[in-house]
Design a protein around this ligand. Sequence first.
Ligand SMILES: [Zn+2]
Length: 254
Amino acid sequence: MIYNLLYTYLFIAGSVFGSFYNVVGLRVPQKKSIITPGSHCVTCDRSLRWTELVPVWSWLLQGGKCKGCGTRIAILYPLIELTTAILFALSPLVVGWSKELPVALALVSLLMIVLVSDITYMIISDKVLLFFLPLFVLLRVLSPLEPWYNMIAGAALGFILLLLIAMISKGGMGGGDIKLMGVLGIVLGWKGVLMAFFLASLSGALIGMALMAAGIVKRREPIPFGPFLVLGALCSYFLYDELMSFYFSIMTFS
Ligand SMILES: [Zn+2]
């Protein structure tokens, strides 16, 4: 009973935090304050009332448009709110009500901010990474990987792996992606980093081809790799064991 309440609380908190991560992801790369001014429509500059700030719900009620000027509000924002809410509520189901829970919530937080700014500007902000780097180290000291130096190995592998690929592919990978993978390595450890990178490459190739086939992006047009790293990191962190046993079950049957 008390746990049902806690899951509900995490869901609601997640949607509110998700709403804040939209603001962080949109403003930090533009070097704007994340506190002032309050939320406003970027087209008509009207300040939003609290009824327009309820996560997901306001967007649905307003049909995805600004109440003042009717400008469409990207579906990305309610999706970030909803995804953060779901992942916050799912986290204790995977890692338990343990010392690992803050790690999971912090990881989801970084990944949601990265998603917003990489999709919007193709930028993964150093400021955001520099905020999460010491936080992850601290949380990993409190909730260590096995063995403890795995967080250092993960960070080094993530950074070096993407650096090498950036050098080989000459521009296929941004500096933000390289630094992001280094920071994620602290949370994921070296095996987790490898899986995240593998899943990111696989999903990036598949979705990239699908977008090209559908004519949404042109050949050679850059698509940000960050969102795929986000997807890869989430799957690697939350589903590592499931994905490994799935992989081995395919290997033994073929
Ligand atoms: Zn407006």
